[in-house]
Write a protein that binds this ligand. Structure first.
Ligand code: ADP
Ligand code: MG
Length: 473
């Protein structure tokens, strides 16, 4: 290693000291101590880390801090920041893990959460017919069942066993991250495996619409129809995408009718109950409810416990029982988020090379939750409110006092108070240069209006869900 590298190493040590100061000693020791510098110049900062999980994690959380520290120490901000896996660090972490794991056998790799478990062989011929790459992780046999999803799961199993016989159409609905896509693709994967001769197709509603529009413009509607009507099983995800798209809805209606008269299976999923879908043809809504409608709910404690245990897989041993039940208690969110937290915590465990202690997990969780709140932006709130109330951005930011505009504005402020950490002043400034008393008033107004008006309450909760946040009202 030449002189230049010695210089780089010394610079990196200064950057590390600076980082330790900015992100705090504990964070630094957990996340950034076991790193080394590969290159450092105005074009690139390349940092060696022990494994991919850590690379992703550090990049997500500390990329900005790293760049800022380099800038303060070196006087420039590298054009790119890159993480590479370093063999030496990798082995060192492995050894430490092995030492900590006593007599247990060595598990394959620290970045285990990225490796997919058993990959089910999907027959080639059918795979070619698939538009979407079905996720091999989405299977019925690894779907964790509890009161929140039991009905939907049982129906899915029935459909996958006897397609076209019992529940037709089968309609699954529920909020974001609760397992709709997992169930739908689980059905598709099972069918492709067990009923190889059946022609099964899984698509998103968006794909259906795009294909339809393309077929119309290229005069290929016959081919389009031949494709979607000569199936044994049609599975369409995210039906809510069809909102307000009248012609596509009409086409889907005919597609479903054509399939049903031949006794073919249809499976659909959406974020809302068919009757709650706005700007949908009534005839389509009626068809949706003709078969079986099953809801997916947020899982309760026992199911969360089972989910966590199942999702941790090989990382389970790093999570003492007390930590697992603490997590099941705290993480009353959707399952996608729950997986996100578990991945981060597994990364944390991989970094410390040891079992996670309860205080550490408590601190990490507080930290994650703080990050999550900041994820909702004022402009996101604005967008969902505009879509729901049918007002324009201009009206929202303006001073017009028309009733529906005023309510839309107040709902914005209310949501901003619940879901972001912006100050009253910032919220007021964003929504039309109001002063902070207006924001306080709006918050109080909506809080009390919700008590008396179940419709408003449902609206506010739905908007929160769209923003991927827990219900607020
Ligand atoms: P949705 O389509 O409803 O937004 P997804 O099906 O994408 O939700 O689920 C989000 C994540 O949660 C996926 O990784 C999925 O595997 C997981 N998940 C959801 N429900 C379950 C369950 N009951 N058992 C195991 N994993 C689940
Ligand atoms: Mg989905």
């Amino acid at each position: 290693m030449g002189v230049t590298h010695a210089v780089v190493k010394e610079a990196w040590e200064k950057v590390q000291a600076e980082l330790e100061r900015t992100i705090g000693e504990q964070n630094f020791h957990l996340y950034l101590k076991n790193t080394l510098i590969v290159q450092l110049n105005p074009d690139i900062a390349e940092i060696g880390v022990p494994n991919l999980t850590i690379a992703d994690f550090v990049e997500d959380r500390f990329a900005n801090d790293i760049m800022a520290s380099i800038e303060r120490v070196q006087g420039y901000r590298p054009a790119t920041l890159k993480f590479s896996i370093n063999g030496h660090l990798f082995r060192r972490l492995r050894e430490r893990e092995r030492a900590n794991r006593d007599e247990r056998p060595v598990d394959p790799a620290p970045e285990a959460p990225r490796t997919t478990p058993r990959r089910e062989p999907i027959p080639r011929r059918r795979l070619n017919a698939q538009v979407f790459n079905l996720n091999p992780r989405y299977r019925l046999d690894n779907f964790v069942v509890g009161p929140s999803n039991k009905l939907a799961f049982n129906c899915a199993v029935e459909v996958a066993t006897r397609p076209g016989r019992t529940y037709n159409p089968m309609f699954i609905y529920g909020g974001c991250g609760l397992g709709k896509t997992h169930l739908l693709q689980g059905i598709a994967n099972a069918l492709l495996q067990r009923h190889e001769n059946l022609h099964t197709l899984y698509v998103s509603a968006e794909y259906f619409v795009n294909q339809y529009v393309q077929a119309l413009t290229s005069n290929a509607i016959e081919q389009f129809r031949a494709r979607f009507r000569n199936l044994d099983v049609l599975i369409v995800d995210d039906i809510h995408f069809l909102r307000g798209k009248e012609k596509s809805q009409e086409e889907l209606l005919h597609t479903l009718a054509a399939l049903e008269t031949q006794g073919k299976q249809i499976v659909l999923a959406s974020d809302l109950h068919p009757k709650e879908l706005e700007e949908f043809k009534q005839s389509l809504q009626s068809r949706f409810v003709q078969g079986m409608v099953a809801q997916l709910n947020t899982p309760q404690f026992d199911t969360r416990l089972a989910l966590i245990k199942s999702k941790l897989g090989p990382h389970r041993e790093r999570f003492p029982d007390g930590v697992v039940s603490f997590l099941a208690e705290k993480l009353d969110c959707n399952i996608r988020e729950l997986e996100g937290y578990l991945t981060q915590l597994s990364a944390l465990a991989a970094m410390t090379g040891d079992k996670l202690s309860l205080p550490l997990v408590q601190q990490a969780l507080t930290d994650f939750l703080a990050h999550r709140r900041r994820l909702v932006e004022l402009s996101d709130i604005e967008n969902v409110v505009i879509a729901h109330f049918g007002v324009t951005s201009e009206q929202l930011h303006g001073r017009v006092r028309k009733r529906n505009i005023a309510i839309a504005r107040q709902v914005c402020m209310y949501l901003a108070r619940q879901l972001t950490q912006h100050s009253l002043k910032e919220i007021g400034r964003f929504f039309g240069g109001k002063n902070h008393t207006t924001v306080v008033f709006a918050e109080q107004k909506i809080t009390s209006a919700i008590e008396e008006d179940p419709e408003l309450k449902a609206t506010v909760n739905r908007l929160s869900r769209q923003l991927n946040a827990p219900e607020t009202a």
